[in-house]
Design a protein around this ligand. Structure first.
Ligand code: DC
Length: 222
């Protein structure tokens, strides 16, 4: 007799597409766990910075990632028991995360940690390769995207609200470069998974996007 599989909804997409917000709300509505896989790459980048490890030292970075001392507690991100919730969201750490994410050994080192988030009653996982690599058998796969301009303006608002400084021109340039790096890499490039529903949120609010995902999931799990 085969074991019933734990349902997974994967939400992949480019930086600042709103996938984190949508994934988090969908998880809450369904009472599912939530995996912010980007945070794991960001934590590895932050840990590398703290330990003075170069962003191209694949072997040392993979070693760090394999034993990443991180915990997620009530929306807070802890590294070595230090609260780094804001530090991991800084733009510089996002850029560093995108650089180390091209390294196959780093990606491999983070696989088990990500798969471990899949337990009852279910999981909503957001990232770049959730539907293509980590959970290829997901119940429902979403590719959530938005225009570079819409994403830059959302990121601008977020940064200003958090008290960081921001500049629209720099953000558009940074997002364009990061999209190119995430899409062009050979290890798990950013692309829609086969069968993924493409959800463009350029002209859509969060609530509408959440509802679409919930409806798709309800249909897929019938
Ligand atoms: O989603 P985010 O901006 O927090 O992700 C930070 C970087 O981590 C992103 O530029 C690419 C990388 N990433 C990845 O390669 N694979 C994932 N599943 C999640 C993030």
């Amino acid at each position: 007799m085969s074991m019933p599989t734990v349902p997974v909804i994967t939400i992949d997409g480019p930086t600042a597409s709103g996938k984190g917000t949508v994934a988090h709300r969908v998880a809450k509505q369904l009472g599912f766990h939530y995996l912010d896989s980007g945070a794991l790459y960001r934590l590895t980048a932050l840990s590398a910075q703290q330990n003075h490890i170069a962003l191209d030292d694949e072997a040392k970075l993979a070693e760090l990632a394999r034993v990443l001392p991180c915990r997620f507690v009530h929306g807070h991100v802890l590294l070595d028991e230090q609260d780094v919730t804001d530090a991991v969201r800084a733009e510089a750490i996002g850029v560093a995360a995108s650089k180390i994410a091209v390294l196959p050994e780093v990606r491999k080192a983070l696989v088990d940690l990500q798969v471990a988030f899949r337990y009852a009653p279910g999981l909503v996982a957001d990232g770049r390769d959730m539907g293509t690599v980590i959970f290829p058998d997901a119940t429902q796969k979403i590719y959530l995207t938005a225009s570079v301009e819409a994403r830059a303006s959302r990121r601008y608002k977020q940064l200003i609200e958090k008290g960081f400084s921001a500049n629209m021109e720099d953000l558009v340039k940074d997002l364009t470069e990061r999209d190119a790096r995430d899409s062009a890499r050979t290890a798990a490039p950013l692309k829609p998974a086969p069968g993924a529903y493409i959800l463009d949120t350029s002209a859509m609010g969060v609530e509408q996007a959440v509802q679409i995902v919930l409806d798709l999931y309800a249909k897929a799990s019938q």
